[in-house]
Design a protein around this ligand. Structure first.
Ligand code: HAM
Length: 429
């Protein structure tokens, strides 16, 4: 009798990308690669396997990701490893290990690769999926970087052709203002503990902030009456958050305050956000600020903020809406510097206006000293400098300087794009 041959199939939650779909993945990646360089992010790649402890320490011992979703293994040599469920801890490890803190900051890093989570497979939720991640390391805790992380991911999703995007945003405070809030939260939930689902009873003991994340109906109801972290922010965190929202408004990025958004990872401080699209329950991208992570992993104190886009979810939307993918173009060497808060604010939206015209502009908006910014321009190899001060903002002009000859002129802002296009042609880059 002939033996019945075993038919192998793809492992649950994993998926093959066949040639037709591969074209879509490649087109999306090509857009993201171009945007990453357009927004001054340098590519980095870290291994898929890292030490198990790296994720326990950074993503958080008591998070779902670490507790339930990690593919972990013991090597023949006895090392406890995990297949990465997310990119951020590996990037921070590499940042510390390779002394990247000595590179000019802000240091913007971009990665693209497979992540693995042992989740219940369903639409848009896989056990192996791609993320495109963006991390910004800086010397200063400046809300401009939070906005740049949001802006980068939002603009990429928009350029791919996804409509009706919403940025859901919240602030979860920092180590100064979160403890008093947690006390109140625990007190509130203890008084309701009988009504909690089994998982939330555990969360109450191990990680009370996660109570706000629960999707069970009974816990959703309790959440409505729970104390809100926003009411407990100290002046530093409140001010930071206010400026993030102001910058978003200046850039006309629609956002929705979501006071129960806490994210599923433990390293966040201050700003947290997710980007959602109409018709999709889950988020397309998620991120936030994580100012303590480098220190927690043995590095020096390094403010940082980042975001990751889920590629499979992007592909699902592209297919569902029959989106034709556009491709960005353009290359140039322009650097903008600003002096003073009004100029900084103006520069942020001006850069967007120029990008919309297809003109790439590099910047270090988180730096306030002109000297530091000019140094960055030099390192970047810019040949055209744009300088915006209080006076220029007031007069709606900008200084355009040929960085090679030092010759400069003041140009009305409304003629700037035209002037730069002319100059770029003559520079021939
Ligand atoms: P996350 O929110 O866990 O954040 O994941 C980011 C994105 O990855 C989600 O918005 C979603 O699109 C996608 N994603 C997550 N899980 C799955 C899954 N099982 N199947 C398909 N797609 C999924 C992080 O991972 C952080 N490391 C983001 C970050 C970077 N925070 C700071 N820097």
């Amino acid at each position: 009798m002939a033996k019945i041959k075993k038919q192998f199939t793809v492992i649950k939650g994993m998926h093959d990308i066949l040639p037709e779909d591969f074209k879509l993945f490649a087109a999306v990646k090509s857009i993201i690669d171009k945007f990453a360089s357009f927004y001054n992010f340098s590519p980095i790649e870290t291994p898929v396997l890292e030490s198990l402890e790296l994720f326990e320490r950074s993503s958080g011992q008591s998070t779902e990701v670490v507790q339930k979703q990690m593919f972990s293994l013991l090597t023949k040599g006895g090392d406890a490893l995990a297949v990465r469920p997310e990119g951020t801890p590996g990037i921070v490890r590499a940042y510390i290990e390779h002394g990247l803190s000595h590179a000019p900051h802000p240091l913007k890093l971009y990665y693209y690769g497979y992540m693995f989570r042992y989740e219940k497979p369903q639409a848009g939720r896989y056990r192996q999926f791609h993320q495109a991640g963006f991390e910004i390391f800086s010397n200063e805790i400046d809300p401009i970087y939070d906005v740049q992380a949001i802006l980068t991911s939002d603009r990429i999703l928009e350029a791919i052709g996804i409509k009706n995007l919403t940025v859901q945003i919240n602030s979860i405070g920092d180590k100064n203002c979160r403890p008093p809030y947690l006390e109140k939260l625990i007190k509130y939930y203890k008084s309701k503990s009988k009504l909690l689902c089994a998982d939330c009873k555990e969360r109450l003991k191990k990680n009370p902030l996660r109570l706000l994340d629960c999707k069970e109906d009974q816990c959703q109801e309790l959440k409505l009456e729970a104390p809100k972290l926003l009411d407990f922010l100290d002046s530093n965190c409140r001010n930071h958050f206010r400026r993030v929202l102001e910058y978003l408004e200046d850039l006309h990025i629609p956002y929705m305050l979501n006071t129960s958004l806490v994210r599923g990872l433990d390293y966040y401080t201050k700003t947290v956000f997710e980007i959602t699209a109409e018709g999709l329950d889950a988020s397309l991208a998620g991120g936030g600020r994580y100012d303590y992570l480098a220190e927690l992993l043995g590095g020096r104190k390094t403010p940082a903020v980042g975001v990751a886009i889920g590629i499979e979810r992007v592909i699902e939307i592209i297919k569902a809406h029959n989106i034709n993918l556009p491709m960005p173009k353009v290359k140039s060497k322009i650097f903008i510097s600003q002096i003073g808060e009004a100029a900084k604010k103006k520069a942020l939206s001006l850069i967007e206006d120029l990008r919309n015209e297809g003109i790439l502009v590099a910047e270090a908006l988180g730096k306030d000293s002109l000297r530091a910014q000019m140094k960055m321009a030099d390192r970047y190899g810019a040949d055209i400098g744009l300088i915006l001060g209080q006076r220029e903002v007031y007069e709606e002009t900008i200084i355009v300087r040929d960085l090679k000859s030092g010759v400069q002129e003041t140009v009305p802002l409304k003629r700037l794009a035209e002037e730069l296009k002319k100059r770029l042609k003559t520079v021939g880059r």
